[in-house]
Design a binder for this molecule. Structure first.
Ligand SMILES: Cc1cc2nc3c(=O)[nH]c(=O)nc-3n(C[C@H](O)[C@H](O)[C@H](O)COP(=O)(O)O)c2cc1C
Length: 326
């Protein structure tokens, strides 16, 4: 079966409190992004009518290119959640098999599914029956460095009806500081009969090109760098078409645009936490990153964040606009 997306497609990773509609809107305004995941939503919370899940699963601004990501502990809850979302005009749904946050794993969600391949395959089989659109899964390597176990686990999911998967090649216990192991992506991409997307540590056009050439995944997913530089997808596509391509980015206008999107598209309860989380990464673009990061992380509201940014750009005008080449 042909992949449900063009080869080399670029995906925005699911990230709690980051891959919301404002970030997806901002990256789409720069261009270059093919598909975007929502942040992970709890299937059980959705079906029990939690007030926040409609925000987690808001598929705008481009529903037909949005993948809803769910984590679940019980198969029935995922089936109900998928049935509830069946009328949304989205691209697909993804099952989280990779989250290693202790409270999720202890409850039996995320990476805990990898300990029981039969049960995980049954979950995919039930989800497949409930969801007529592309169905994917996002995984880590698992509890230990065992390629055969990982491949066999993936083959069980394929047999149960999965359309494609994303591998974030770290062990379940590994923090994001440790380098990802892309040789696992290469092996899975070679051996599985479905498309495999690679994810982890792609921070530039060179990373994208090198990983695509060396490991041959069907697509590349980017997480943190898309928060630091929401123009990364546009830069990759620009460089692909023209090696001399560069972008002149208005860092100041982009910062204010994000605040405007957060205020306009998210409920007030989310404003401060989401703005802080975004600026935690975005401030890496600045010459005095540590200073402005501290200021934005400690500001009490969005107005104060805006004021800290304005003061910073008066002090360091050279940071207002920067040329981006790589
Ligand atoms: C703040 C944060 C939240 C995350 N939330 C999720 C999530 O909801 N679902 C998921 O599958 N992975 C989640 N991840 C993992 C990312 O999707 C991705 O696999 C990881 O960041 C590695 O990619 P990167 O190096 O491009 O950032 C999260 C990562 C971060 C940093």
């Amino acid at each position: 079966m042909p992949p449900p997306f063009p080869p080399g497609s670029l995906f925005l990773a699911p990230m709690v409190a980051l891959s919301h509609r404002p970030l997806r809107t901002l990256t789409r305004e720069f261009g270059g992004l093919d598909y975007a995941c929502t942040e992970m939503a709890s299937a059980a919370a959705l079906v029990s009518g939690s007030p926040y899940d409609e925000w987690y699963l808001d598929p705008e601004p481009c529903p037909e290119r949005t993948i809803l990501q769910f984590y679940t502990v019980k198969p029935e809850r995922l089936v109900e959640a998928l049935e509830r979302c069946a009328s949304l005009p989205v691209f697909g749904a993804d099952i989280n098999f990779g989250c290693s946050a202790p409270h999720i794993e202890r409850a039996g969600g995320g990476v805990a599914w990898m300990a029981d391949p039969s049960r995980a395959a049954e979950l995919v089989r039930l989800a497949r029956a409930a969801w007529p659109k592309p169905l994917s899964a996002k995984l880590r390597i698992g509890p230990e460095e065992d390629y055969t176990a990982l491949r066999d686990f993936c083959l069980r999911l394929v047999g149960a009806g999965l359309d494609f998967l994303t591998l974030h090649p770290r062990l379940k216990s590994e923090k994001l500081r440790r380098s990802s192991r892309w040789d696992y992506v290469a092996s899975l991409a070679r051996e599985l009969p479905i498309p495999v997307i690679g994810n982890g540590d792609v921070r530039s056009y060179a990373d994208y090109r090198d990983k695509l050439e060396a490991c041959r995944p069907a697509g590349i997913m980017i997480g943190r760098e898309a928060v630091r530089r929401p123009w990364i997808f546009a830069l990759i596509r620009g460089r692909e078409a023209d090696p001399a391509f560069e972008l002149e980015v208005d860092l100041e206008a982009t910062a204010y645009r994000m605040l405007e999107l957060i205020e306009g598209q998210l409920p007030p309860d989310f404003h401060l936490t989401r703005a802080r989380r975004f600026f935690f990464y975005y401030c890496d673009n600045f010459s005095f990153a540590h200073h402005i990061k501290w200021k934005t992380q400690n500001a009490p509201n969005l107005e104060a964040i805006r004021a800290e940014l304005a003061a910073y750009f008066v002090e360091v005008p050279a940071d207002r606009r920067k040329r981006q080449q790589s």
